[in-house]
Write a protein that binds this ligand. Structure first.
Ligand code: UDP
Ligand code: MG
Length: 317
Protein backbone atom coordinates (compact mmCIF):
# COMPACT_ATOMS: atom_id res chain seq x y z
CA UNK A 1 0.00 0.00 0.00
CA UNK A 2 1.19 3.52 -0.79
CA UNK A 3 2.20 5.43 2.35
CA UNK A 4 -0.20 8.21 3.33
CA UNK A 5 0.76 11.62 1.95
CA UNK A 6 2.31 14.18 4.26
CA UNK A 7 0.24 17.37 4.22
CA UNK A 8 1.51 20.82 5.11
CA UNK A 9 -1.04 23.54 5.75
CA UNK A 10 0.72 26.83 5.01
CA UNK A 11 -0.75 29.80 6.84
CA UNK A 12 0.59 33.34 6.41
CA UNK A 13 0.10 35.56 9.44
CA UNK A 14 0.82 39.24 9.79
CA UNK A 15 0.05 40.90 13.12
CA UNK A 16 -2.55 38.26 13.89
CA UNK A 17 -2.20 37.83 17.66
CA UNK A 18 -5.95 38.18 18.08
CA UNK A 19 -7.03 35.54 15.62
CA UNK A 20 -4.23 32.98 15.92
CA UNK A 21 -5.36 31.46 19.23
CA UNK A 22 -8.92 31.27 17.88
CA UNK A 23 -8.20 29.48 14.61
CA UNK A 24 -5.19 27.32 15.56
CA UNK A 25 -7.37 24.70 17.35
CA UNK A 26 -9.70 24.65 14.33
CA UNK A 27 -6.82 23.91 11.95
CA UNK A 28 -5.53 21.24 14.30
CA UNK A 29 -8.97 19.64 14.60
CA UNK A 30 -9.31 19.54 10.81
CA UNK A 31 -5.85 18.02 10.43
CA UNK A 32 -6.53 15.43 13.16
CA UNK A 33 -9.76 14.39 11.53
CA UNK A 34 -7.95 13.91 8.22
CA UNK A 35 -5.28 11.84 9.97
CA UNK A 36 -7.93 9.74 11.68
CA UNK A 37 -9.83 9.35 8.45
CA UNK A 38 -6.72 7.84 6.86
CA UNK A 39 -6.39 10.68 4.33
CA UNK A 40 -3.02 12.06 5.37
CA UNK A 41 -0.03 10.94 7.41
CA UNK A 42 0.40 11.85 11.07
CA UNK A 43 3.68 13.47 10.01
CA UNK A 44 1.58 16.29 8.53
CA UNK A 45 2.16 19.80 9.76
CA UNK A 46 0.45 23.16 10.17
CA UNK A 47 3.07 25.72 9.25
CA UNK A 48 2.69 29.38 10.12
CA UNK A 49 4.61 31.94 8.14
CA UNK A 50 5.03 34.99 10.31
CA UNK A 51 5.31 37.80 7.77
CA UNK A 52 7.45 40.07 9.94
CA UNK A 53 4.71 40.80 12.49
CA UNK A 54 5.30 43.48 15.07
CA UNK A 55 2.93 42.07 17.67
CA UNK A 56 3.22 38.77 19.54
CA UNK A 57 2.36 36.58 16.53
CA UNK A 58 5.76 34.85 16.49
CA UNK A 59 5.61 34.18 20.24
CA UNK A 60 2.23 32.52 19.76
CA UNK A 61 3.60 30.41 16.90
CA UNK A 62 6.52 29.31 19.06
CA UNK A 63 4.16 28.45 21.89
CA UNK A 64 1.94 26.41 19.54
CA UNK A 65 5.00 24.56 18.22
CA UNK A 66 6.08 23.78 21.76
CA UNK A 67 2.58 22.55 22.68
CA UNK A 68 1.87 20.26 19.78
CA UNK A 69 4.24 18.63 17.32
CA UNK A 70 1.84 19.25 14.46
CA UNK A 71 2.47 23.00 14.59
CA UNK A 72 5.60 24.59 13.23
CA UNK A 73 6.53 27.98 11.89
CA UNK A 74 8.95 30.12 9.97
CA UNK A 75 9.44 33.81 10.37
CA UNK A 76 10.30 36.27 7.66
CA UNK A 77 13.01 38.80 8.44
CA UNK A 78 10.53 41.59 7.71
CA UNK A 79 7.08 42.18 6.30
CA UNK A 80 7.11 41.26 2.61
CA UNK A 81 3.41 40.96 1.89
CA UNK A 82 0.95 38.11 1.70
CA UNK A 83 2.03 36.64 -1.67
CA UNK A 84 5.67 36.43 -0.65
CA UNK A 85 4.73 34.90 2.69
CA UNK A 86 2.72 32.19 0.94
CA UNK A 87 5.60 31.44 -1.44
CA UNK A 88 8.05 31.27 1.45
CA UNK A 89 5.80 28.74 3.19
CA UNK A 90 5.19 26.66 0.07
CA UNK A 91 8.89 26.49 -0.77
CA UNK A 92 9.72 25.54 2.80
CA UNK A 93 6.96 22.90 2.78
CA UNK A 94 8.30 21.46 -0.46
CA UNK A 95 11.22 20.11 1.54
CA UNK A 96 9.11 17.63 3.50
CA UNK A 97 5.53 17.35 2.27
CA UNK A 98 3.65 15.59 -0.53
CA UNK A 99 0.83 18.11 -0.56
CA UNK A 100 0.48 21.68 0.64
CA UNK A 101 -2.65 23.71 1.25
CA UNK A 102 -2.35 27.47 1.63
CA UNK A 103 -5.03 29.21 3.69
CA UNK A 104 -5.55 32.51 5.48
CA UNK A 105 -5.17 32.43 9.24
CA UNK A 106 -8.36 34.36 9.99
CA UNK A 107 -10.78 31.50 9.35
CA UNK A 108 -12.37 33.31 6.39
CA UNK A 109 -11.52 30.39 4.14
CA UNK A 110 -13.77 27.61 5.38
CA UNK A 111 -11.32 25.30 7.15
CA UNK A 112 -13.52 22.24 6.71
CA UNK A 113 -13.09 22.42 2.92
CA UNK A 114 -9.58 21.00 3.36
CA UNK A 115 -10.81 17.43 3.74
CA UNK A 116 -12.62 17.73 0.43
CA UNK A 117 -9.47 19.15 -1.20
CA UNK A 118 -7.38 16.22 0.03
CA UNK A 119 -10.01 13.78 -1.24
CA UNK A 120 -9.66 15.35 -4.68
CA UNK A 121 -5.91 14.91 -4.44
CA UNK A 122 -6.48 11.20 -3.82
CA UNK A 123 -8.67 11.13 -6.92
CA UNK A 124 -5.60 12.18 -8.91
CA UNK A 125 -5.70 15.97 -9.04
CA UNK A 126 -2.51 17.94 -8.49
CA UNK A 127 -4.08 21.34 -7.91
CA UNK A 128 -7.37 21.92 -6.14
CA UNK A 129 -8.64 25.50 -6.24
CA UNK A 130 -10.84 26.69 -3.41
CA UNK A 131 -13.60 28.71 -5.04
CA UNK A 132 -15.96 31.01 -3.15
CA UNK A 133 -19.50 29.84 -3.64
CA UNK A 134 -21.01 33.07 -2.38
CA UNK A 135 -19.73 36.43 -1.38
CA UNK A 136 -22.58 37.31 0.94
CA UNK A 137 -20.29 38.33 3.80
CA UNK A 138 -18.35 40.71 1.56
CA UNK A 139 -19.49 44.28 1.21
CA UNK A 140 -21.20 45.21 -2.06
CA UNK A 141 -18.13 47.26 -2.98
CA UNK A 142 -15.70 44.37 -2.46
CA UNK A 143 -17.93 41.91 -4.27
CA UNK A 144 -18.47 44.20 -7.21
CA UNK A 145 -14.81 45.20 -7.59
CA UNK A 146 -13.58 41.62 -7.18
CA UNK A 147 -15.98 40.20 -9.72
CA UNK A 148 -15.28 42.94 -12.26
CA UNK A 149 -11.60 42.34 -11.72
CA UNK A 150 -11.82 38.65 -12.56
CA UNK A 151 -13.68 39.55 -15.73
CA UNK A 152 -11.10 42.19 -16.62
CA UNK A 153 -8.27 39.69 -16.14
CA UNK A 154 -10.01 37.22 -18.41
CA UNK A 155 -10.38 39.96 -21.06
CA UNK A 156 -6.66 40.67 -20.79
CA UNK A 157 -6.01 37.06 -21.72
CA UNK A 158 -4.82 36.06 -18.26
CA UNK A 159 -6.01 32.68 -17.11
CA UNK A 160 -7.33 32.79 -13.56
CA UNK A 161 -9.93 30.69 -11.79
CA UNK A 162 -13.06 32.76 -11.22
CA UNK A 163 -13.61 33.64 -7.54
CA UNK A 164 -10.53 31.77 -6.40
CA UNK A 165 -8.11 33.56 -4.09
CA UNK A 166 -5.19 31.90 -2.36
CA UNK A 167 -6.94 28.94 -0.77
CA UNK A 168 -5.65 25.94 -2.71
CA UNK A 169 -4.05 22.55 -2.55
CA UNK A 170 -0.94 21.80 -4.58
CA UNK A 171 0.96 18.54 -4.92
CA UNK A 172 4.68 18.21 -4.50
CA UNK A 173 5.37 18.11 -8.22
CA UNK A 174 3.42 21.32 -8.72
CA UNK A 175 5.47 22.98 -5.97
CA UNK A 176 8.66 21.71 -7.60
CA UNK A 177 7.57 23.23 -10.89
CA UNK A 178 6.53 26.45 -9.16
CA UNK A 179 9.98 26.80 -7.65
CA UNK A 180 11.42 27.38 -11.11
CA UNK A 181 9.15 30.38 -11.65
CA UNK A 182 11.54 32.92 -10.27
CA UNK A 183 9.61 36.13 -10.73
CA UNK A 184 9.42 38.61 -7.90
CA UNK A 185 6.30 40.32 -9.25
CA UNK A 186 4.15 37.64 -7.67
CA UNK A 187 0.54 36.89 -8.40
CA UNK A 188 0.14 33.29 -7.32
CA UNK A 189 -3.38 32.72 -8.51
CA UNK A 190 -2.19 33.50 -12.03
CA UNK A 191 0.90 31.31 -11.73
CA UNK A 192 -0.75 28.05 -10.77
CA UNK A 193 -2.80 27.81 -13.98
CA UNK A 194 0.44 28.46 -15.89
CA UNK A 195 2.22 25.62 -14.11
CA UNK A 196 -0.48 23.23 -15.31
CA UNK A 197 -1.13 19.61 -14.17
CA UNK A 198 -4.62 18.17 -13.59
CA UNK A 199 -6.71 20.56 -11.54
CA UNK A 200 -10.19 20.84 -10.13
CA UNK A 201 -12.23 23.09 -7.85
CA UNK A 202 -13.87 22.81 -4.46
CA UNK A 203 -16.55 25.34 -3.53
CA UNK A 204 -16.56 26.83 -0.05
CA UNK A 205 -18.32 29.60 1.75
CA UNK A 206 -16.33 32.65 2.65
CA UNK A 207 -16.93 33.57 6.30
CA UNK A 208 -16.41 36.71 8.32
CA UNK A 209 -13.02 37.17 9.92
CA UNK A 210 -13.05 35.41 13.30
CA UNK A 211 -11.12 38.15 15.13
CA UNK A 212 -8.78 41.04 14.46
CA UNK A 213 -9.02 43.09 11.30
CA UNK A 214 -8.07 42.90 7.66
CA UNK A 215 -4.52 43.79 6.58
CA UNK A 216 -5.63 44.29 3.05
CA UNK A 217 -6.64 47.95 2.83
CA UNK A 218 -7.83 49.28 -0.50
CA UNK A 219 -4.30 50.44 -1.40
CA UNK A 220 -2.85 46.92 -1.04
CA UNK A 221 -5.79 45.45 -2.91
CA UNK A 222 -5.25 47.85 -5.79
CA UNK A 223 -1.52 47.10 -5.81
CA UNK A 224 -2.23 43.37 -5.98
CA UNK A 225 -4.82 43.90 -8.70
CA UNK A 226 -2.33 45.93 -10.72
CA UNK A 227 0.42 43.34 -10.19
CA UNK A 228 -1.99 40.68 -11.36
CA UNK A 229 -2.60 42.41 -14.66
CA UNK A 230 0.96 43.46 -15.35
CA UNK A 231 2.47 40.12 -14.36
CA UNK A 232 0.13 38.14 -16.56
CA UNK A 233 -0.57 40.33 -19.56
CA UNK A 234 1.14 42.76 -21.91
CA UNK A 235 -2.18 43.88 -23.37
CA UNK A 236 -2.07 47.29 -21.63
CA UNK A 237 1.12 48.10 -23.55
CA UNK A 238 -0.58 47.17 -26.79
CA UNK A 239 -3.63 49.19 -25.80
CA UNK A 240 -1.38 52.20 -25.26
CA UNK A 241 0.22 51.70 -28.64
CA UNK A 242 -3.20 51.42 -30.25
CA UNK A 243 -4.49 54.46 -28.43
CA UNK A 244 -1.34 56.36 -29.39
CA UNK A 245 -1.96 55.53 -33.03
CA UNK A 246 -5.57 56.72 -32.90
CA UNK A 247 -4.52 59.96 -31.23
CA UNK A 248 -1.74 60.46 -33.78
CA UNK A 249 -4.19 60.07 -36.65
CA UNK A 250 -6.58 62.53 -35.00
CA UNK A 251 -3.74 64.99 -34.41
CA UNK A 252 -2.68 64.68 -38.03
CA UNK A 253 -6.24 65.52 -39.15
CA UNK A 254 -6.17 68.45 -36.76
CA UNK A 255 -2.99 69.74 -38.35
CA UNK A 256 -4.47 69.40 -41.85
CA UNK A 257 -7.55 71.27 -40.67
CA UNK A 258 -5.44 74.06 -39.18
CA UNK A 259 -3.40 74.49 -42.37
CA UNK A 260 -6.49 74.45 -44.58
CA UNK A 261 -8.25 77.04 -42.42
CA UNK A 262 -5.15 79.16 -42.49
CA UNK A 263 -4.87 78.90 -46.28
CA UNK A 264 -8.54 79.83 -46.68
CA UNK A 265 -7.95 82.91 -44.63
CA UNK A 266 -10.14 81.96 -41.66
CA UNK A 267 -7.29 82.92 -39.41
CA UNK A 268 -8.72 82.09 -36.03
CA UNK A 269 -7.05 83.38 -32.97
CA UNK A 270 -7.14 79.79 -31.73
CA UNK A 271 -5.58 80.09 -28.36
CA UNK A 272 -8.22 77.96 -26.65
CA UNK A 273 -8.18 75.14 -29.14
CA UNK A 274 -4.39 75.04 -29.22
CA UNK A 275 -4.23 74.86 -25.48
CA UNK A 276 -6.83 72.10 -25.42
CA UNK A 277 -4.94 70.04 -27.93
CA UNK A 278 -1.62 70.52 -26.16
CA UNK A 279 -3.16 69.55 -22.83
CA UNK A 280 -4.94 66.56 -24.23
CA UNK A 281 -1.94 65.22 -26.08
CA UNK A 282 0.43 65.72 -23.19
CA UNK A 283 -2.10 64.00 -20.92
CA UNK A 284 -2.29 61.04 -23.20
CA UNK A 285 1.48 60.92 -23.41
CA UNK A 286 1.88 60.97 -19.68
CA UNK A 287 -0.60 58.16 -19.16
CA UNK A 288 1.05 56.12 -21.88
CA UNK A 289 4.49 56.73 -20.44
CA UNK A 290 3.17 55.72 -17.04
CA UNK A 291 1.89 52.39 -18.31
CA UNK A 292 5.12 51.70 -20.17
CA UNK A 293 7.11 52.83 -17.14
CA UNK A 294 5.22 50.31 -15.05
CA UNK A 295 6.49 47.47 -17.19
CA UNK A 296 10.00 48.93 -17.41
CA UNK A 297 10.00 49.17 -13.61
CA UNK A 298 8.86 45.58 -13.30
CA UNK A 299 11.58 44.45 -15.71
CA UNK A 300 14.10 46.33 -13.61
CA UNK A 301 12.91 44.61 -10.43
CA UNK A 302 13.03 41.20 -12.12
CA UNK A 303 16.56 41.69 -13.44
CA UNK A 304 17.83 42.24 -9.91
CA UNK A 305 16.78 38.70 -8.99
CA UNK A 306 16.40 39.64 -5.39
CA UNK A 307 15.24 36.89 -3.04
CA UNK A 308 11.50 36.83 -2.61
CA UNK A 309 11.73 36.02 1.06
CA UNK A 310 14.31 35.79 3.83
CA UNK A 311 13.64 33.53 6.78
CA UNK A 312 15.04 34.72 10.08
CA UNK A 313 13.76 32.04 12.51
CA UNK A 314 12.30 28.57 12.50
CA UNK A 315 10.59 26.50 15.14
CA UNK A 316 11.60 22.83 15.26
CA UNK A 317 9.55 20.76 12.90
N1 UDP B 1 -1.02 38.71 5.47
C1 UDP B 1 0.36 38.56 5.39
N2 UDP B 1 1.12 39.67 5.11
C2 UDP B 1 0.58 40.90 4.88
C3 UDP B 1 -0.83 41.04 4.93
C4 UDP B 1 -1.61 39.92 5.22
O1 UDP B 1 0.88 37.47 5.59
O2 UDP B 1 1.34 41.85 4.65
C5 UDP B 1 -1.86 37.52 5.77
C6 UDP B 1 -2.87 37.71 6.89
O3 UDP B 1 -2.30 37.45 8.14
C7 UDP B 1 -3.95 36.69 6.51
C8 UDP B 1 -3.90 36.69 5.00
O4 UDP B 1 -2.63 37.24 4.63
O5 UDP B 1 -3.64 35.38 6.96
C9 UDP B 1 -5.04 37.48 4.39
O6 UDP B 1 -5.05 38.78 4.92
P1 UDP B 1 -6.36 39.51 5.44
O7 UDP B 1 -7.27 38.55 6.11
O8 UDP B 1 -5.93 40.69 6.23
O9 UDP B 1 -6.99 39.98 4.06
P2 UDP B 1 -8.54 39.92 3.59
O10 UDP B 1 -9.02 38.54 3.91
O11 UDP B 1 -9.24 40.96 4.36
O12 UDP B 1 -8.48 40.20 2.12
MG1 MG C 1 -8.98 37.69 5.67
Amino acid sequence: MKPLPVLCIVIPAYNEEEVLPVTAPLFLAELSSMVEGGLVSDESRIMYVDDGSRDSTWKIVEALAAQDEHFCGIRQSRNRGHQNAVVAGLMEARGFCDIAISADCDGQDDISAMTEMVRRYHEGYDVVYGVRSSRETDTFFKRFTAESYYKLLARMGAEVVYNHADYRLASRRVLDALSSYEEVNLFLRGLFPLVGFPSTEVAYERHERMAGESHYPLSKMLALAFDGITSLSVKPIRAVTGFGLVVSVASFLGVVWAIVSFALGHAVSGWASTTCIVCFVSGVQLVSLGVIGEYVGKTYMETKRRPRYVISDRTRR
